[in-house]
Design a protein around this ligand. Structure first.
Ligand SMILES: [Zn+2]
Length: 280
């Protein structure tokens, strides 16, 4: 039996709004205790790098209960990208970069997917069925979109617009981790450098990575544009004419502080070298 608690408070609120003749309030998913869906760190950063972490957190909003999942599943990679936020926060310091991240789990809304995509609120993730996502009404889909995706994507848009207006267009770097074993299969790739139509920054990073043998670094692995993972790159990078890249780190490499520090140092090096090469 699922202990998914649904959207009761939201429905009450919608009824009240109908009584006043205003449109339904679909933003009532988050409580005061939940806090803001989006976090921004170091907005006045000197470097052009804007780090984005859509899968930073495994936290669920109070009203979502557990989505019918076990504690084990809620701690696993299906809920978040373990290590991605920690490495991003180290890069904030080493690069003097800005960081924007989503404070809630992708199980509620995957901010690297558009609202019309099934994967935005997946009913199945790898080997886990997600009972709380099995049949989501149109109103609930809208509520999740309004609560998590809309503020996330508008924070990004506003940040980028302000930097462009100031003559400092950002370099968009989205930060992810992936599981070493997927559907029972071991993955050899350690770092994926992913791009969509503009491969400029990805090519420069792959060239910089090719000069060392620290990690198995590959282009558009273990995912690529065909998997729908370049939504943020397209929406905020390509549409704004920004340099952009998506970084996927195998999560066993960043499962503790030492691994996170070593990875952040490595990425600081190849990203810095790439940006210098591109500015020449
Ligand atoms: Zn991710």
């Amino acid at each position: 039996m699922s202990d998914f608690r649904g959207f009761e408070p939201l429905r009450e609120k919608r009824g009240a709004d109908q009584a006043t003749g205003r449109g339904p309030d679909l933003t009532g998913l988050l409580t005061e205790a939940d806090g803001s869906p989006v976090a921004v760190e170091n907005p006045d950063a000197m470097s052009p790098v804007l780090l984005v972490c859509e899968h930073a957190s495994r936290r669920l909003p109070e009203k979502m209960g557990s989505l019918g999942l076990s504690e084990e599943a809620l701690k696993s990679h299906i809920a978040w990208d373990p290590g991605a936020l920690a490495v991003s926060q180290l890069l904030v310091k080493s690069l003097d970069a800005a960081l924007i991240y989503q404070r809630f789990s992708r199980l509620v809304y995957d901010c690297n997917r558009p609202p019309e995509a099934d994967a935005a609120m997946p009913a199945v993730s790898e080997i886990f069925e997600i009972p709380g996502n099995a049949s989501i009404s149109a109103a609930e889909r809208q509520a999740r979109t309004d609560a998590l995706y809309v503020p996330f994507t508008s924070t990004l848009s506003n940040f980028i617009a302000a930097r462009k207006a100031a003559g400092r267009p950002p370099v968009l770097v989205t930060m992810h981790t992936f599981t070493p074993v997927y559907h029972g299969k071991q993955r050899d790739v350690e770092i994926g450098i992913l791009h969509d139509d503009d491969s400029g920054l990805a090519d420069a990073m792959l060239a910089a990575a090719g000069k060392t043998t620290h990690y198995a670094v590959r282009c558009n692995e273990p995912y690529g544009p065909a998997d729908g993972v370049t939504h943020t790159l397209i929406q905020h990078g390509l549409k704004n004419g920004l340099r952009n890249v998506m970084i996927e780190i195998r999560n066993d490499l960043v499962s503790n502080e030492i691994g996170q520090k070593v990875m952040a140092d490595y990425l600081t090096g190849i990203l810095g070298e790439s940006l210098r090469a591109l500015s020449q």
